[in-house]
Design a protein around this ligand. Structure first.
Ligand code: CP
Ligand code: NVA
Length: 319
């Protein structure tokens, strides 16, 4: 698979699922499925040298297991190199962010950034026309996660169009990207969050605007209502990275939204359980559900690799 068969994305950067047209989103997920099938070929895979000679910089302001490891492996398996942007340089402190980007673009093809400030990633992307900036999770969005989630959903459910995904819990970065992605693929989304922790109205509006094939976003008051008719039940932690000091005050509001046996029984039999990980067993999900046959969480984790390889090929390798 040389560059001509890996389609170039129209977008330079991937800060949001909304940066991709629905055609590019579909192409990316098809490419990811092919890359997954090709992975056993190792160095004989047609994409093994697609990023040869290219460096991808990694800048993580928060912890990561899955995102970090899968990007490292993805770049290597495509023949490129990763490098850490040294943490001690103080992003935006020692010199303005646009200048950081204008330096980086002279050395590397892409920057994978996990940051507390979505606007920081946007500032870096806007300042450097030759640097592909990839959002590896921000306070607002986690678009790389949603790519893997949608591939996993189709692998297990068999299709997207007309299916239903229920998201129960915090209207956070993971929920935002999921709600951006699923309706573009024709998947209905049901969302239930505690009062005060709902998805921003702008996210629901954007998702409604990009929805296709009749997909609808419906917001419910209770978790039980949201999971009725759902092919999968998705949740995330009650307190995201950086919100740890709110854990005790959030818990009472979130407890009725725990994904447990009773809630899964309110979903159709055979409904999947999904989670971006890391999970806090006993909080947003019980161990029983997490370890049950319904759980596809490690498939989601695996698919981070294949979908990010596809993303790198479409943003960087195909140009
Ligand atoms: N799901 C996810 O992004 O995991 P990490 O925080 O470990 O990267
Ligand atoms: N919402 C979580 C996701 C972690 C992958 C967080 O931001 O911490």
């Amino acid at each position: 698979m040389n560059p001509p068969t890996a389609p170039a994305a129209r977008a330079k950067d991937f800060l949001s699922i909304l940066d991709l047209s629905h055609e590019d989103l579909g192409r990316l997920l098809e490419l990811a499925a092919r890359l997954k099938a090709d992975r056993p070929l190792g160095r004989q895979a047609p994409t093994a040298d697609a990023l040869a000679g290219f460096h991808v910089a990694m800048l993580f302001e928060k912890p990561s297991l899955r995102t970090r490891v899968t990007f490292e492996i993805a770049v290597r398996e495509l023949g490129g190199w990763t490098m850490d942007v040294p943490g001690q340089f103080g992003l935006g402190i020692r010199e303005p962010l646009p200048d950081v980007a204008r330096n980086l673009e002279r050395w590397v093809k892409a920057l994978v950034i996990r940051t507390f400030g979505h606007d920081r990633a946007a500032t870096l992307a806007a300042a450097a026309p030759n640097l592909h900036v990839i959002n590896a999770l921000s306070d607002q969005e986690h678009p790389c996660q949603a790519l893997a989630d949608m591939l996993t959903f189709r692998e297990h459910v068999g299709s997207w169009r007309g299916r239903t995904l229920a998201y129960v819990g915090d209207g956070n970065n993971v929920a935002t990207s999921l709600v951006h992605a699923a309706p573009q693929l024709g998947v209905h989304v049901h969302v239930a969050s505690p009062a005060g922790f709902e998805l921003p109205a702008r996210v629901v509006d954007d998702a409604t605007r990009v929805a296709r094939d009749g997909a609808a976003i419906r917001v419910f008051r209770t978790a039980r209502e949201a999971v009725a008719g759902a092919d999968a039940v998705y949740t995330d932690v009650w307190t995201s990275m950086g919100q740890e000091d709110q854990a005790a005050e959030r818990a009472p509001a979130f407890t009725p939204f725990q994904v447990n046996r009773e809630l899964m029984a309110a979903a159709p039999s055979g409904a999947l359980f999904m989670h971006c990980l890391p999970a806090h067993r006993g909080e947003e999900v019980t161990s029983e559900v997490f370890d049950s046959g319904a759980s596809v969480v490690f498939d989601q984790a695996e698919n981070r690799l294949h979908t990010q390889k596809a993303l790198l090929l479409m943003l960087v390798g195909a140009r």
